[in-house]
Design a protein around this ligand. Structure first.
Ligand code: C2E
Ligand code: MG
Ligand code: MG
Ligand code: MG
Length: 279
């Protein structure tokens, strides 16, 4: 309700947060002011190669640490940023920070660099300057473009928009990789996968959550894995919370996973997080 502050206990934030209702975030200038004050932080969640147990990449996830110490999750302010026009500035900060941070990460135990993935909103994809800004941040950080991945949620953008198509083409031409986020929940279309030169599908956590036994038939997940294999697209299963889920997915050929079972999103990705071995 308008003006109401409600308490939401959320997993993954380690504290009770007062979710922001209309009472605390009303305008784009709230978000711009918070950006200027340095109140946004990125946490990074490792994505694990299920075949080797090593960290392959990490997803940057934004949080708003408000004065007083409340950590506000992105679901509470991303839509406001979009509605109020502050998303381009916030998103630009996210990309720049993620690239700069990824450039400082140590390599994995087997000596590979760790890639970073960033979520793109519909507003950003529509902005004609988006791809150019992203590529500039990649270059400024000294990353090779293939160390950045952009995650797209299919319902957030339309390929009938020329600027969306041009942005995605410039990014993939330069070598930035594209991932479809929350795959299986939106208006997934196979022609889109083809048009977009998608590198990665992230199976939505709702499918993984439904996995509770080793012999469970999961026809949709099985079909996604077979399709991705045929198209030579990498699959990341999101929201893995148990060894049983990890085992089920690995035994059916899923090569990558992400979830609390391996690691929650963490403020710093150090040697300890990178040494993490999936079992
Ligand atoms: P997403 O991109 O699908 O990110 C995965 C979300 O699932 C994250 O929530 C993550 O913390 C959570 N998660 C990961 N593993 C598990 C698990 O094992 N169990 C459960 N229950 N949850 C898990 P978070 O950080 O709250 O982000 C929510 C959404 O906010 C993201 O969903 C993404 O759509 C959006 N978001 C986050 N950062 C950004 C950003 O910088 N820009 C944009 N445009 N959107 C962002
Ligand atoms: Mg994502
Ligand atoms: Mg997702
Ligand atoms: Mg999501």
């Amino acid at each position: 309700a308008d003006g109401a502050i409600f308490q939401a206990k959320r997993r993954g934030y380690g504290q009770t947060v007062a979710a922001v209702g209309a009472s605390t975030v009303r305008s784009g200038s709230d978000i711009r002011d918070a950006l200027a004050r340095g109140e946004f932080v990125l946490h990074y969640q490792p994505v694990v190669d299920l075949t080797t147990g090593t960290v392959d990449k990490a997803e940057a996830l934004v949080r708003w640490v408000q004065p007083g110490g409340r950590t506000v999750p992105p679901d509470e302010f991303i839509h406001l940023a979009e509605q109020t026009g502050a998303m381009l500035e916030l998103g630009d900060w996210v990309v720049a920070t993620a690239c700069r941070t990824a450039a400082t990460w140590p390599t994995t135990v087997d000596g590979r660099p760790v890639a970073v993935s960033v979520n793109a909103s519909g507003t950003e994809l529509q902005d004609p300057s988006y791809a150019g800004r992203v590529l500039r941040h990649v270059a400024d950080a000294g990353l090779t473009p293939d160390r950045l991945m952009i995650e797209l949620v299919e319902s957030n953008y339309s390929l009938s928009s020329r600027s969306v198509r041009e942005n995605l083409m410039s990014l993939t031409d330069a070598g930035v990789r594209l991932a479809i986020d929350d795959f299986g929940t939106g208006y997934s279309s196979l022609s889109r996968l083809d048009q977009l030169r998608v590198d990665i599908l992230k199976i939505d956590r709702s499918f993984v959550r439904a996995l509770t036994g080793p012999d469970q038939p999961m026809p949709v997940v099985t079909a996604i894995l077979a399709m991705a294999d045929a198209l030579r697209i990498e699959v990341v299963a999101e929201g893995i919370e148990t060894a049983e889920q990890a085992d089920w997915l690995r035994s059916r050929g899923c090569t990558h996973g992400q979830g609390y079972f391996y690691s929650r999103p963490v403020p710093e990705l150090g040697p300890a997080e990178l040494a993490l071995v999936g079992s």
